[in-house]
Design a protein around this ligand. Structure first.
Ligand SMILES: [Mg+2]
Length: 118
């Protein structure tokens, strides 16, 4: 399954269920906030199952996080003229490969000032 498949399914799901589907940038901004809060909620659910050692539930909670992360990526792509999430992920992976780990500071360097800040 690809990110685009998840995003298309989610958009269709929202439509079929009669949930908020933005018609303009103001509504998109509202949806972005809601999607972010839902993402945080799902991170909290993952936290709970990890802490309570309910390991069987972890993949489902990770899936919820992925769905809301993909939704946020699609909103900024559609309404804020940002590149597709797959394109950014590819660049992130390429950038990560260039970074070197420093054992003294226990962190990675930031060649070129960091991702997206050059
Ligand atoms: Mg969940």
């Amino acid at each position: 399954m690809k990110i685009k498949d998840i995003q298309e399914w989610e958009k269709d799901f929202v439509k079929r269920k009669g949930l908020l589907s933005p018609k303009n940038k103001n509504e998109a901004e509202e949806l972005l906030k809601i999607a972010f809060l839902k993402l945080v909620e799902e991170v909290g659910e993952l936290s709970e199952v990890v802490l309570k050692k309910r390991f069987k539930e972890i993949p489902a909670e990770v899936s919820d996080i992925i769905i809301f992360a993909c939704k946020i990526g699609k909103i900024v792509e559609d309404y804020y003229n940002q590149p597709p999430l797959t394109e950014i992920l590819k660049k992130k992976i390429e950038y990560s490969e260039k970074r070197k780990y420093d054992e003294k500071s226990l962190s990675f360097d930031k060649p070129g000032g960091g991702f997206g800040k050059e």
